[in-house]
Write a protein that binds this ligand. Structure first.
Ligand SMILES: [Zn+2]
Length: 139
């Protein structure tokens, strides 16, 4: 039960990272695309782009106004944050997503296959919350 909760939390971290990454990517792309449409004729693209990002404002209503540069920074931050969260969840995730092992319940002596689990697990035979004995590693 505990393991299941941990895995669910890692999964939500994975989803969160992916959502952040997507939002950042889409926003950044939208900002640059919008800027690009206004700048494509220019020669000195980068400096014009830079001043454009600083001057152009987006009105989100309710008095919320953001300069494009702020939107760019926010989306870049979301992008980086998303990558970090993804990397972290993936690292933790891989601990649980390892190879299958054969476990033995110390109470009912039944065997079952499971992902390599450190610590405690719920025995599928007697429904006890046990610390299973690792019989052998395998597929
Ligand atoms: Zn058991």
């Amino acid at each position: 039960m505990f393991m299941r909760r941990v895995i669910r939390r890692k999964k939500s971290g994975y989803v969160l990272g992916f959502v952040l990454f997507s939002i950042g990517l889409i926003l950044l792309f939208a900002v640059l695309w919008k800027a690009w449409l206004n700048l494509s004729a220019s020669n000195d693209t980068f400096s014009v782009l830079w001043s454009y990002l600083w001057s152009e404002q987006l009105d989100f209503g309710l008095g919320v106004r953001l300069k494009l540069i702020h939107l760019t920074i926010m989306s870049a931050t979301a992008l980086v944050l998303g990558i970090v969260v993804l990397a972290l969840s993936r690292q933790i995730f891989s601990v649980y997503a390892g190879e299958n092992v054969l476990l033995q319940c110390p109470f009912c002596k039944n065997h079952w296959k499971a992902r390599r689990a450190s610590g405690f697990a719920e025995c599928p035979h007697c429904r006890q919350f046990v610390e299973p004995i690792e019989v052998k590693a395998g597929k």
